[in-house]
Design a protein around this ligand. Sequence first.
Ligand code: NAG
Ligand code: NAG
Ligand code: NAG
Ligand code: NAG
Ligand code: NAG
Length: 677
Amino acid sequence: MAAMKPMLLLVQMLLLSLDLVNMAYGEEYAFIYSGFTDQNITLDGAAMVTRSGLLDLTNGSVRLNGHAFYPSPLPFRKFSDGMVQSFSTSFVFGVQSSYPSQGFAFFIAPSKNFSSALAVQFLGLFNNQNNGDMKNQIFAVEFDSIKNIEFQDIDNNHVGIDINSLTSVDAFPAGFYDDKDGTFSNLTIASNEAMQVWVDYNGDTAQISVTTAPMGVVKPLKPLGSIIHNLSSVLSEMAYVGFSSAAGRDNTRHYILGWSFGLNRPAPSFDITNLPKMPRFGPKGRSKVLEIILPIASAVSVLSIGTVIFLLVRRHLRYLETREDWEVEFGPHRFSFRDLFHATEGFKNKNLLGIGGFGRVYKGMLPVSKLDIAVKRVSHDSKQGMKEFVAEVVSIGRLQHRNIVQLLGYCRRKGELFLVYDYMPNGSLDKYLYGQEDKQILTWAQRFRVIKGIASGLAYLHEEWEKVVVHRDIKASNVLLDTEMNGRLGDFGLARLYDHGADAQTTRVVGTIGYLAPELASSGKATPLTDVFSFGIFVLEVTCGQRPIKEDISGNTTMLVDWVLEHWQKGTLTDAVDVRLQDDYDLGEVSLALKLGLLCSHPFADARPKMQQVMQYLQGQVPIPEDMPPNLSFEMLTLMQNEGFDSYIMSYPSSITNHSDASHASCAAMSALSGGR
Ligand SMILES: *[C@@H]1O[C@H](CO)[C@@H](O)[C@H](O)[C@H]1NC(C)=O
Ligand SMILES: *[C@@H]1O[C@H](CO)[C@@H](O)[C@H](O)[C@H]1NC(C)=O
Ligand SMILES: *[C@@H]1O[C@H](CO)[C@@H](O)[C@H](O)[C@H]1NC(C)=O
Ligand SMILES: *[C@@H]1O[C@H](CO)[C@@H](O)[C@H](O)[C@H]1NC(C)=O
Ligand SMILES: *[C@@H]1O[C@H](CO)[C@@H](O)[C@H](O)[C@H]1NC(C)=O
């Protein structure tokens, strides 16, 4: 340990006393951290220094920011109007994560105050409002293991040069060039291995270069990427340097092992043998001490084994689970029933969040990690399809996106399946649309953000992930709101579970009346375009503040989409907007949403846009077509739809109802399930 004692140099020296030279080259500054134990470094948010001296930017918590700064600002410009001087930084980092993780960034910023920055894909640097704003005066180099369409990320393992925005000015797949033959080798950012980075800026040529390499490789001559961008128009006169990071999921770690920086000189280089080591990842090895103690301990325990067996048998029955051989491969995603039982205090009614078409949802807190979870308890006794379903659950658990409710894992017991999700404290969107439970009505800006978020989540499911995932049950009550009121899609794949049970002749259609695409009645096949249809209805629902099937006082029903279409044809489109907004909205956004809703819920699947196009419309990159294909036959098709679907199982229009009408909804849900079989 003593040998690893890190040192911090602050060289502050005047090169030459000649004024002219001094003006041209400025003063030199440098510092180096070889490990961070007992060092002067400013920490913020989740950032901490571990006992072994690693700078841990995220401390394993979920959706928190962490920042670390060199304590004092550095004079990047010699004068307030002078150009930004050359600088160079070098650091060693390691990312540990069992899942794809949001990354971290090296940055230069005018202040240490990042209190308004958001976590997850905003990397703790920006938020919805200021992303892209010149006033940020922030330069950053991001290391990102998630492909975020919102920021036009190139892939899920890239190094990006960011100026005032998370949409990188330029980005490069992580890797390095061999000095001898120039061949390119990939590097995996979230590999649990330490790797080196150099960022250099030349004030005379305005060239920014980023170089990465595995540990022990000398700095490659050819940088990973290099751009010309004059930072004189970006940085403030005095600026802070540091690291920022934001974890999406539990137990992601972004470690910095060592860091050096030089202004007007190269960054001091490390002796890498002096750096703290990355902690081991995965299950702990058995220690020597344990190997000696274990036999003794087991001898002692033989005495008490009689009582223990009795207790164990009792307990075994209580926490009995169903496990089969094929589940071995899904081990890490399986929760023990015992943990879930304790988390929800034995599935007590006071922890019941709601009851829906597929089962009851309980709130809980995991015993060890103290993570808040929502557990969905689904009764299911069909063996058939269970393996495929679990495989799908596990693969869905690997999906990670800000607009998707994270599925953490599952558990099985006789006749029951438990799905474990991240807990969403703000509940489902429909409550806010229809003003239930005294929730405030969402403003237009919040609604539009939710629409964009869900579009982005759905685009990820359909087009960005390694395989196409069809959600099958998009609706306001399946959209949950996180602490920042972002919309997140929940309840994946459940529809699928009931599909598997069906025999070959009759394909069962699962979904919610009012959101089902007409072609589902004939083909029964859920596709991305049937999701787009439901998304369209969802957009109309959010914009109009009305359920997909409107019912007037005398009990007559109209389809919301027909009603909006009528307004569109009469040229009174804005009359369809939710009156509760009291005309407080952006006219352009509202009419975009209504037109998009109509286009997506077009009765002919071919006329609907793909989610990628939907994103382009929403981001204003492509104008929405004004001459939409005629929608006239809709009424007829919806009539067919209503008749065709009556005998199928449906989840309920409000899949999470509130506690007071729980028993009522549950009876309805049960009869729907049994009636469907
Ligand atoms: C991580 O940091 C946050 C914010 O400072 C703190 O609330 C939390 O307790 C920390 N978690 C751990 C495991 O240290
Ligand atoms: C850490 O650095 C800051 C800024 O340079 C300085 O004000 C402070 O006194 C230092 N703290 C310690 C403990 O050295
Ligand atoms: C940090 O910035 C926020 C606004 O972005 C402001 O409300 C807060 O007072 C600032 N904190 C400090 C310590 O300056
Ligand atoms: C490097 O990564 C890219 C993109 O992920 C992939 O196409 C390529 O095959 C990889 N090359 C090697 C040598 O692994
Ligand atoms: C960068 O901008 C500054 C100020 O606008 C200017 O003085 C300098 O010449 C520019 N550098 C390059 C390389 O263009």
